[in-house]
Design a protein around this ligand. Structure first.
Ligand SMILES: C[S@@+](CC[C@H](N)C(=O)[O-])C[C@H]1O[C@@H](n2cnc3c(N)ncnc32)[C@H](O)[C@@H]1O
Length: 503
């Protein structure tokens, strides 16, 4: 690591506790090792006379990493840099960082003291703007944008809409605008949360990426909390490299546990493995050596939920909206309200001493959200950091509570059939399938955040109804002896069957 990057890294740790608007402005500065890696992804042949953009530049670590590479590899004697940073404290340091390069190469630089969203939309909209006049488009962009939800009524949302970008987070807004500011063939390297890869809210953003760029490289940090370990960010992050107007070919996929890149692995995958050709949701999959190929290995896992006659929905009772209906313990006139805590392995612990309520008053407000008592498979929506698996499933056995109807809270996903229970064999079959290690790995290929949403469960493939029922019957006759190993072995046996029969 160069001395300058090392100094910036120390500075980052010093400045970190001094940032007063840290969460408001998403000020999580990139460690130097990550910056250096990001800069290394740019195509060396294109690093000649670059026009570099760094949106939300912090203390300038990312731009410095690119300039250091240009100097070290002697790819160019000159560069133009535009850095945009809203925070005055960081901007001061940014100025002095950039000035250090003036004796290393012919550098033109501009520090823009604006809100990037405003600055970029202005440039894109205004025909007379400098950008349009001089036709300034960037050849390179490197960014670690702020992460923050943008509400539908916010100023930022209106601004990005005015240039045709529809998205829900500052990071995707920054990246979307950056894409628009690039010249054809220009390369963008950005570190962002993985949440854009799936889920309905980011669909327009995925569409923008796929329409206007080629995805060249995706790097995945395997550990959810290690890429920004000094900042305690619990988020799965990816580094993405895009080429504006590029022709989509194979995609390089790399992984490392953390920012030391010690266990770095690099493979290339055909694009059809990243975005499935028929997928209307345009999910972006990140295959890794551990999770890859589940569906290829088990061709019998090819059914949609619709095929097996099951639906999945988010638990309809949102507890904070019906606070006055909640009761700590069951009482006259209430029915059970199920939370993830009630489901432990194959059993239902009800009622349970816990912070959350156990029951909800049954009246006409609540009635429409209640389900008839029956067999339902449930999946936690939010897994905790400690949990080994991302998908944690349980089953409601109707015999565990003596009520005609029950409520499922919003923190659960519920597998049902037309808002009614499903056959017991199916409920336990889904339980075993979803709790298996193989499915957990398969799920991680396309889901990077801690949430498991109904859309994700709907997008997955399942074994046939018959196979799920075989699994279910096996669970029902072995309740007391089933652990992770047994589930994994039994699933393998059941879904492997076809292959053995057909070969
Ligand atoms: C995640 S930090 C990354 C900083 C730097 N790029 C790095 O990698 O170390 C995001 C940066 O964006 C800046 N920022 C946040 N909102 C901004 C906005 N609307 N316009 C410009 N900069 C913004 C923050 O002050 C912060 O420096």
């Amino acid at each position: 690591m160069s001395q300058l990057l090392e100094t910036l890294d120390k500075e980052r740790l010093v400045i970190n506790p001094l940032l007063k608007r840290k969460s408001e402005l998403g000020q999580f500065l990139t460690p130097a090792s990550v910056a250096k890696y990001m800069a290394s992804i740019f195509d060396k042949n294109k690093l000649y006379d670059p026009k570099i953009l760094d949106a939300g530049a912090g203390i300038g670590t990312l731009t410095s990493a690119v300039l250091e590479r240009i100097v070290a590899e002697k790819t160019s004697n000159s560069a133009e840099v535009t850095v945009v940073e809203i925070d005055e404290v960081l901007r001061e340091r940014l100025q002095s960082t950039l000035s250090l390069f003036e004796n290393k190469l012919s550098l033109k630089w501009e520090v823009v003291p604006d809100d990037f969203i405003e600055w970029a939309t202005n440039h894109l909209l205004n025909e007379d703007s400098l950008l349009a006049e001089k036709k300034i488009r960037y050849t390179h962009a490197i960014l670690n944008p702020p992460y923050k939800k943008i509400t539908s009524s916010s100023r930022h949302r209106k601004l990005i809409r005015s240039v045709g970008i529809e998205t829900v987070n500052l990071y995707s807004a920054f990246l979307g605008l950056t894409i628009e500011l690039m010249e054809y063939g220009g390369e963008i390297v950005s570190i962002i949360p993985r949440s854009f890869c799936n889920g309905p809210y980011f669909r327009p953003f995925r569409q923008l990426i796929l329409d206007k760029t080629a995805i060249k490289h995706l790097h995945l940090f395997n550990s959810r909390d290690k890429a920004f370990k000094d900042d305690d960010v619990l988020q799965e992050n990816v580094i993405i490299m895009l080429e504006r107007g590029g022709v989509q070919g194979e995609v390089m996929i790399s992984t490392s546990q953390d920012d030391s890149f010690k266990d770095y692995e690099l493979n290339s995958y055909p694009f059809e493995k990243i975005v499935y050709p028929q997928d209307k949701e345009l999910f972006i999959h990140i295959p890794t050596s551990t999770g890859d190929g589940f569906l290829e290995r088990y061709p019998s896992v090819c059914f949609s939920l619709e095929d097996i006659g099951v639906s999945v929905s988010t638990g309809p009772v949102v507890d904070f909206r019906v606070k006055d209906h909640l009761r700590g313990m069951p009482e006259e006139g209430t029915v059970p309200l199920f939370y993830p805590n009630h489901f432990v392995g194959t059993t239902v612990e009800y009622p349970k001493v816990m912070k959350k309520p156990n029951a909800v008053v049954r009246d006409e407000t609540i009635e429409k959200w209640l389900y008839p008592n029956g067999y339902y498979t449930v999946v936690k929506r939010f897994s905790s950091k400690e949990e080994k698996r991302r998908i944690v499933a349980g089953v409601l056995n109707p015999n565990s509570v003596d009520y005609p109807v029950v409520g499922f809270e919003n923190g659960l996903n519920v597998f049902h059939y037309k808002k009614q229970g499903i056959p017991a064999e199916m409920a336990y079959g889904l339980y075993a399938y979803l709790n298996s290690s193989a499915v957990d790995k398969y799920f991680r290929v396309f889901n990077g955040h801690t949430q498991v949403n109904a859309t994700d469960l709907r997008a997955m493939k399942y074994p046939s109804k018959e196979k799920l029922e075989i699994l279910g019957r096996w669970v029902m006759s072995n309740f007391d002896t089933i652990g992770q190993e047994e589930i994994d072995r039994k699933l393998e046996e059941v879904i492997n069957n076809d292959k053995q029969n057909s070969s």
